[in-house]
Design a protein around this ligand. Structure first.
Ligand code: ATP
Ligand code: MG
Ligand code: MG
Ligand code: MG
Length: 559
């Protein structure tokens, strides 16, 4: 592709509304443009990356035995009424009516639709198991669309649904998908962790999320290096649940840690029974509101804390009664990966000590906080995590990190098939509800997550596997005939083996280099002053390494 012909509107300025680095770079690099809040067009470069990711997904899904199909984005309301989700899903579900006043939903997900197809077409155990997937735009009227493609209102998803005659079949397919997802995220170049997650509103029991590690991530995950176990912090408590249960946020906000130094103080102040009532505490630290989530069951948690922290040197261990781990928002700090010192019944005291700097025993946490601007503390910043059987047999620090949920695998069981009467005939000829699994990947979110992990201060550094082009060929001075002639020749030759972007524009070298760094193709070939001698420069985007080579040796250098 000749760059002079390519729609690639790069920008020097950081777009004002873009907080996330990936959002900034994707806009600046001319990969995407916003059309409405959370709604984007993929320009040619962005579209190429998206297609490369889809190719990897398709290869791995097909390899895992799944079959691709395509369902409609517009779904009749009646299907959602069968499962009750027309009501439950709430305002996130985008709804519309046709000219005959028939109601429809724009597909936020496709459990209902796929189940309706399968119930009509698949009635015997002989046809099971089956795994059907599609790659399609999904619509969710997110309360806070933000961070560019990371949380859109129209976004691209790969969603798969499997149907089984028995639980063992589902278990097997779940592992199969888990492995396929691992291969997919390995291949796109993400550093990620599969974490145990909360099954939430979708229903079902076993579920893992695939979390790409990134400071901008909206999820907090807890893991150890020495075991395979990792969990989403949501497994413990969430702010939403907290708000629903407590309903006393305003009152809790009045708690002042300078005055109310222990949980007991807070309990007295609020006139509640500490053991059973306080699940969360909000308090002011230097004028900022901070929340701690507290557990009621002292003894059980005592054991849990000890298990969870295994080999750690636990400060105040004897006193550890309630709470175990906590993390804080990155913003200023990046992912938190601090060994956790701990806490207790004295959660509030500890927090006061830690944040206000009173207690030497908590130096690690203090250190973390010392680098933060306390004014940046938000509601979410400090949370006490309560659940998850972390690394009981293994020692090693418990770590926190922020994650971007790029995928999720679910054992749904019969939640949808029972509600929708989707049955099959078993070997004895009896009707049983189909057993289901579902498996999603945020395709467009994955694209953005890769940029969060692969960039430097000059721009994106695409992993080879999904880069929009393999090679960026640059005629440094396209007005120089020798340079242009050699670059033209190389463009033709290289195009036989590589997808080449050829910067043939009559721009200044500085402009070309800045654009090249910004869009981040893995290999750059500069055709410059030594073109007459048949010498060019190969530059690697990852390391910045420059190799001068004759054109004759170029092929060897590139491999
Ligand atoms: P989140 O917790 O971020 O809201 P979710 O759990 O609601 O995501 P799922 O229903 O599990 O999302 O959808 C499957 C995948 O689709 C997610 O793992 C994520 O990668 C992607 N996804 C979900 N919502 C969005 C969105 N608003 N924008 C982009 N990708 C999304
Ligand atoms: Mg969601
Ligand atoms: Mg989620
Ligand atoms: Mg999810």
């Amino acid at each position: 592709m000749k760059q002079s012909r390519l729609l690639m509107p790069t920008l020097r300025e950081v777009p004002a509304d873009a907080e996330a680095v990936s959002h900034q770079l994707l806009v600046r690099g001319g990969f995407i443009r916003q059309n409405a809040a959370g709604i984007y067009s993929y320009l040619p470069l962005g579209h190429k990356v998206l297609q490369n990711i889809q190719t990897i997904i398709r290869e791995e899904m097909n390899r895992a035995g799944a079959q691709e199909l395509l369902m409609p984005a517009i779904q009749p309301a009646e299907l959602w009424e069968e499962t009750g989700r027309w009501g439950i899903y709430g305002p996130e579900l985008m709804r519309l009516t046709d000219r005959h006043d028939r109601r429809f939903a724009l597909g936020a997900t496709h459990e209902e639709l796929i189940t309706s197809i399968v119930r009509d077409e698949l009635n015997s155990y002989k046809k099971l198991p089956v795994n059907l997937y599609q790659i399609q735009a999904k619509y969710r009227d997110e309360r806070r669309p933000r961070f560019g493609l990371l949380r859109g209102r129209e976004f691209l998803m790969k969603d798969a649904y499997s149907f089984h005659a028995d639980q063992a079949g589902l278990d097997e397919e779940y592992d199969n998908m888990y492995n396929a997802y691992s291969r997919i995220f390995d291949r796109v170049g993400l550093e990620y962790r599969p974490v145990v997650a909360d099954s939430g509103a979708i229903g079902g029991k076993d579920t893992h999320e695939f979390q790409a590690l990134a400071a901008i991530g909206e999820d907090t995950i807890v893991y150890t290096d020495s075991s395979n176990y990792a969990a989403n912090i949501e497994m413990a408590e969430t702010l939403d649940r907290y708000e629903m249960q407590a309903g006393t946020v305003a009152e809790l906000e009045k708690v002042d840690t300078k005055e109310h130094k222990t949980i007991e103080d807070v309990a007295r102040f609020l006139d509640v029974d500490v053991k059973t009532t306080i699940k969360s505490v909000l308090f002011n630290v230097d004028g900022e509101t901070v929340m701690a989530i507290v557990r009621g069951d002292h003894e059980a948690n005592d054991v849990k804390v000890k298990n969870a922290l295994g080999g750690l040197d636990i400060q105040m261990e004897e006193e550890a009664k309630i709470i175990d781990l906590f993390g804080c928002e990155p913003g200023t700090l990046g992912p938190i990966d601090s060994p956790v010192k701990v806490v207790a019944d004295y959660a509030v005291k500890y927090l006061v000590d830690a944040v206000c700097g009173a207690n030497e025993a908590n130096t690690h946490f203090l250190h973390v906080n010392a680098e933060r601007d306390l004014a940046d503390l938000t509601f979410h910043d400090l949370r006490f995590v309560v659940e998850g059987d972390l690394a009981p047999d293994e020692s090693g620090p418990v770590r926190f990190a922020r994650g971007i949920e790029v995928g999720q695998v679910f054992k749904l069981g019969t939640r949808y098939s029972e509600a929708m009467g989707a049955t099959f005939l078993n070997e004895e000829g009896r009707a049983e509800p189909l057993i289901m699994g579902c498996y999603g990947i945020g395709v467009s979110r994955t694209l953005s997550a890769v940029v969060e992990q692969h960039h430097d201060d000059r721009g994106i550094v695409w992993p080879k596997s999904i880069a929009p082009f393999d090679v960026h060929l640059i005629a440094i001075n396209a007005k120089d005939e020798a340079q242009l002639a050699l670059a033209d020749r190389l463009y033709k030759e290289l195009s036989a083996s590589y997808d080449v972007l050829y910067d043939d524009r009559k721009e200044r070298a500085g402009v070309k280099f800045a654009d090249a760094d910004l869009i981040g193709l893995p290999i750059r070939i500069n055709v410059g002053k030594k073109a007459g001698e048949g010498v060019v420069e190969v530059k690697l985007r990852t390391t910045g390494e420059v190799i001068e080579t004759t054109v004759d040796d170029l092929a060897a250098v590139l491999t």
